[in-house]
Design a protein around this ligand. Sequence first.
Ligand SMILES: [Zn+2]
Ligand SMILES: [Zn+2]
Length: 390
Amino acid sequence: MLPTARPEVQALIEEVIALRRDFHRHPELGFEEVRTSAKVAQFLRESGLEPREGIAKTGVCALIEGPVDGPTLMLRADMDALPILEETDLEFASQVPGKMHACGHDLHTAILLGTARILQGMKARLKGRVKLIFQPAEEGPGGAWPMIEQGILQNPKVDYALGLHLWSDLPCGHVAIQSGPVMAAADTFQVLIHGKGGHAAYPHESADPIVAAAALIGAMQTVISRRTNPFDTAVLSVTQIRGGSADNVIPERVEFSGTIRSFQQPVRDFLVAQLQEMVPNFCKAYGVEGEFHFHQGYPPLINHPVPTGWVEQAVKKLGLPRAVQATMGGEDMAYYLQEVPGAFFFLGAAPAAKERTFPHHHPKFQLDERAVPLAMELFLRCVEECLCTE
Ligand SMILES: [Zn+2]
Ligand SMILES: [Zn+2]
């Protein structure tokens, strides 16, 4: 049995779920959330708020101010969908071929809108302010950083930040929250190997970049297994390879790329330094030339103990089961948490039927809408922990 939310939440559930289904039918990719953000702004206006639009292209922000001064707590939702062709049988499945809300951001947006309307009704109790932000492009290239660059953490200055992610492989109503690192730095890299092309029958007259690439890809894993402290978490995955055009030709060049994940900045720096040294030297042993290019992605997401404590209190008071979860996935919420103390938590929303459970970003991905009132209730209780204490 899931706990019941307060009457204000219950009264809004239907409307919030209708909004969610509307977003789901009309998914928009990062920085193209024009329809979504217009709906967001409209709902906020209908709730008595004065939203600011067009932040980092499609971002929206609104402020709810209590009568007594106090801290500013930011609540964040992401609005973007993914370039995936939806394969669910849902009545509200995507109407845009090749685009799908396959991560639950449609729910995040609807949940924060519902929460905003209730907070507006209880603002007389707030000692401080709630800043609501609806951000574009979480799935890439990232909307959080441009929102920060456009001053989203200022005017008024944000003191704390909270965000949530519904999760498809956590049972509905379970909450994963912990302080410290919970999501990984999501960096990418590219390796270029320059050899000497030639006839495949006379390899001694060439410098074969394919053989070098094959050996190097295996050897790169030893940076994780042999060089990195086993107590430091890290992942390296090569995900794309390009090279060659004919069966009887040794190509001039091979390139491959992938992602590196880690939880701590020193580990992140260490991995890059190791690879930067390894790639050219390893290639030299194969008589080819190697280049390593690093592209910095989202930073590691690190929860601060104070806001984490509010979420923990909210979970406890609601009587929801706790889960422990850290993932090597990346989240651009991490940028806000680099600037201000904050917390990001996962709320389980696995479908009741096991055969309907698919991972995030899967064409059959779906979530249990019974998580909606719980998510709103959790946000409201966190606001109460932060802004309604005696
Ligand atoms: Zn996602
Ligand atoms: Zn997501």
